[in-house]
Design a protein around this ligand. Structure first.
Ligand code: PMP
Length: 443
């Protein structure tokens, strides 16, 4: 276990990381970017140690994955035990209990007390792809409706569902067909202001689907209950519920993509709960398995069981080691009340972010829930002009000072916070001190 302390041993990135980055450039496709090219040697809890001996505070959790902390002791122990027992059989050939236990846990934890079934996969994109497959098969309809600012992955179908062109879709077309896009109820940027945002966005949504797609052609509506890569956009209150209710009225399946927002991140097990919504299908990944690759599609038993045997699966989906990690992660979330911890993290961050906003007139919006928080940077508070340059400068200034931060957003101007939920108040406060310094140096 590394001491939970920031250490600056060299400039960042240090010489060994720089040498590795040169080798990376010569060996790894340029298409695979590295946001902060320090090469990690060891990590635990909320600290990453690089090859130069720097210890960085983690405000990213490897994009919302290490919710239980890096190298969580329960996860490490479960993984080691499972690896010693067996590493793979392929669940579709000779099954094992760990997969069933994860599916049982998902049935218990995802919103709604109806009967559910799950299927396990390797990545969020794969879970989303399968959600669409299942929805089309069950309804016999083809169209899928997604939202502005949505991010659902990088495979062909999920690229089609993802909104942003650069870098995700640029010159990667043609994209999968029968995907339609509608506006998101984005309170900060809604043309008439936040007050009527939910109602107006819902009006636009229903009229667009009616006119351009047709309810009876629509298999599913897919929505992130807090949008992730698109900018940590919290839909206007009531919007998600209106959409989900309307879907039910029209026999359209409502898919909640909880890949980023799930597993305690927002202060609930799933962000849908806060909206009072019970999705027909839920996709999960990231935080589910403490860093091991695992994803899931969980849904109504009648929907999931409509698929013919052999219609869903994959060689590695629900790998036993990843399942063991998931069971240990879920146990930790329960034992350590990480949903409660996410709410504490919000209580710690919000006043600091508000103080930052009043000091520098560049923060147009502070938003998010639990430990999924963000600030939107603008060059003009009145006109809300996105300031991606400033976001980039602050990000770099944080990195140089040993704080791992991430940006996001359709306009690249959102600064997001996703710390591990195992991090202490002291460590998080120190990270926020670094953020303040980075702002002072960059604005
Ligand atoms: N859906 C959402 C909401 C996501 O945030 C992501 C990943 N950022 C994905 C899907 C795709 O997940 P993966 O990268 O594991 O394929």
């Amino acid at each position: 276990m590394l001491e939970q302390k920031r250490v600056l041993a060299t400039s960042i990135p240090g010489p060994k990381s720089q040498a590795l980055q040169q080798r990376k450039t010569a060996a790894v496709s340029a298409g695979v970017g590295t946001g902060l090219p320090v090469y990690v040697e060891q990590a635990s809890g909320g600290i990453l140690r690089d090859v130069d001996g720097n210890q960085l505070i983690d405000f990213g959790s490897g994009i919302a994955v290490t919710t239980v902390g890096n190298g969580n002791p329960r996860v490490v122990e479960a993984v080691q035990k499972q690896i010693a027992d067996f590493t793979h059989t392929c669940f579709m050939v000779t099954p094992y209990e760990e997969y069933v236990l994860v599916a049982e846990a998902l049935a218990e934890l995802t919103p709604g007390d109806h009967e559910k079934r799950s299927a396990l996969f390797n990545s969020g994109s794969e879970a989303v792809e399968n959600a669409v497959k299942v929805a089309r098969h069950f309804t016999g309809r083809q169209a899928v409706v997604a939202f502005d600012h949505a991010y659902h992955g990088r495979t062909n179908l999920t690229m089609a569902l993802t909104a942003k062109s650069m870098p995700y879709k640029h010159r990667f077309g043609p994209f999968a067909s029968e995907v339609y896009r509608v506006p998101m109820a984005y309170p900060y940027r809604w043309p008439t202001g936040p007050e009527a945002c939910a109602e107006e966005a819902f009006e636009t949504f229903t009229s667009m689907v009616h006119a351009q797609v047709g309810e009876s052609n629509t298999a599913a509506v897919i929505l992130e209950p807090i949008q992730g890569e698109g900018g940590f956009i919290v839909p206007a209150p009531g919007f998600v519920k209106m959409v989900a209710d309307w879907c039910r009225d029209n026999e359209i399946l409502f898919i909640a993509d909880e890949v980023q927002s799930g597993f305690c991140r927002t202060g609930d097990w799933f962000a849908s709960e806060h909206e009072g919504v019970v999705p027909d299908l839920v996709t999960t990944a990231k935080g589910i398995a403490g860093g091991m690759p695992l994803a899931a599609l969980t849904g109504r038993a009648d929907v999931m069981d409509a698929i013919h045997t052999g219609g869903l699966g994959g060689t590695y989906g629900g790998n036993p080691v990843a399942c063991a990690a998931a069971l240990a992660s879920i146990e930790t979330m329960k034992a350590d009340d990480l949903c409660g911890r996410a709410r504490e993290v919000e209580a710690l961050f919000r006043p600091r972010l508000e103080a930052l906003a009043s000091k520098h007139g560049v923060i147009g919006d502070i938003r998010g829930r639990g430990a999924m928080l963000a600030i939107e940077l603008v060059s003009d508070l009145e006109r809300k002009t996105p300031d991606a340059d400033l976001a980039g400068r602050v990000n770099k200034a944080c990195h140089e000072r040993g704080l791992v931060t991430l940006t996001c957003g359709t306009f690249g101007n959102v600064f997001r916070f996703l710390p591990p939920l195992s991090s202490s108040d002291e460590l998080l406060s120190e990270g926020l001190d670094v953020l303040e310094e980075a702002f002072a140096a960059s604005v």
